[in-house]
Design a binder for this molecule. Structure first.
Ligand SMILES: [Zn+2]
Length: 391
């Protein structure tokens, strides 16, 4: 409601009751929580009030990229920094699903195999991911925590990193250019001699692709066998990514210690350089998850199709497959929808109101998603009935 007042534990017996309440109260936004053992409205009077199931959710917010985005700050976003979200969606979606037809998606044994994944633009500067498969909805708090931490790369997840690198490779040149990340890259290099050389070389580059080529050329001085290099690369990435965020883009004590450790371990001569490209790509592009949102069953997340109270934009679903062409600036605002409806009211055409607005395309993505989910639910109910019959 207005003034940050929250009315928790609302529940309704049917759609009609919910519609009536929404029209009466005009909430600024609606958050969705878990399915509980009793009607949430009665939570004070029932004996055991516990969450039974909840979608597995992820929240990625642009503020976590503030230290590396130079085009905007605060609540502002543009198509340039939106690229960080695009990469995050690709990497996370691939990790949560089982297969993809494109060659670039490598199937990992650790992948979760979820199918019913809804991606929603938050209306301002982030994205939400709702994993709605029955198996995901029934995950315990402990399982959610383990899963979220795995994806956050707190543990040694080499393969996940390799694929994240693959997926972000094509965007890396753009990010370098659009965010003017020359200095951030230089800060990741352990040797001051290389830093100096590269700084001069970067100044001559006029595009991100050139910067990347220059970087590659400087890192090419390879003295280790391919295998040793790959192994070393993984150790380095894991070490560096699990460091506290504050040290991510600086050459702090921890970073130095890690690099010394890796050098020692591999009998380092000059072979460290080729791995840095991989490390740099991941530091800049790996999804930055707010995993507290994913861990709990009690956490609330804004419902799809809410209007963001600050921007007026609708929280619309989008397809992860088409994420490259999703532009948050094209998402309709509530004012735009009102004027579209006003224009329509002049004509005498019939049909659902939203279909006459620019919201229709997004509703159709949502409908398709719900249809897939309904199929799964029907199949599950049938299995359950069969079990009962056998019993
Ligand atoms: Zn921007």
């Amino acid at each position: 409601m207005a003034d940050d007042i929250y009315l928790r534990y609302q529940s309704f017996k049917d759609q009609q009751e919910m519609e009536k309440e929404i029209q009466l109260r005009c909430p600024h936004k609606i958050d969705i929580g878990a399915v509980y053992s009793f009607r949430p409205k009665d939570h004070r009077t029932v004996p055991v009030f516990t969450p039974l199931q909840k979608e597995l959710v992820f929240d990625i917010d642009m503020t976590d990229y503030d230290e590396i985005r130079s085009c905007c700050s605060g609540a502002a976003i543009c198509t340039r920094c939106w690229r960080f979200m695009t990469i995050a969606v690709k990497v996370l979606d691939a990790a949560l699903r089982e297969t993809h037809t494109e060659q670039i998606y490598v199937l990992l044994p650790e992948d979760f195999g979820y199918e019913h994944i809804l991606w929603v633009y938050s209306g301002r500067r982030g994205v939400h991911c709702w994993v709605c498969d029955a198996a995901a909805r029934q995950l315990s708090q402990a399982a959610r925590t383990a899963l979220a931490e795995y994806l956050q790369v707190q543990t040694s997840t080499k393969c996940l990193l390799q694929r994240a690198y693959q997926l972000s490779q094509s965007d890396l040149a753009c990010v370098l250019e659009e965010q003017n990340l020359g200095d951030a890259v230089l800060a990741l290099l352990p040797e001051s001699s290389v830093r100096g050389e590269l700084k001069t070389a970067f100044q001559k580059c006029s595009s991100g692709a050139q910067m990347l080529a220059t970087l590659e050329a400087h890192l090419e001085d390879l003295h280790l066998s391919k295998l040793a290099l790959k192994e070393l690369l993984c150790i380095l990435v894991v070490l560096l990514i699990t460091l506290p965020k504050s040290s991510e883009l600086s050459i702090g004590y921890e970073r130095h210690r890690s690099i010394c450790f890796v050098k020692q371990k591999a009998g380092y001569k000059k072979g460290l350089r080729p791995m840095l490209l991989y490390e740099i790509a991941l530091q800049l592009c790996y999804p930055r998850l707010d995993i507290n949102v994913s861990k709990g069953l009690n956490h609330l997340l804004k419902s799809p199709f809410c209007v963001h109270p600050k921007t007026g934009r609708v929280c619309v679903p989008f397809s992860a497959r088409d994420v490259d062409s999703f532009n948050p600036e094209d998402v309709p605002t509530v004012n735009k929808l009102i004027s579209e409806l006003d224009a329509w009211e002049g004509s005498d055409a019939a049909g659902a109101h939203y279909k006459r607005t620019s919201l229709a395309a997004y509703v159709s993505i949502f409908d398709k998603f719900l249809a897939g989910l309904a199929l799964e639910n029907t199949a599950l109910r049938r299995d359950k009935n069969d079990e009962l019959k056998e019993f």
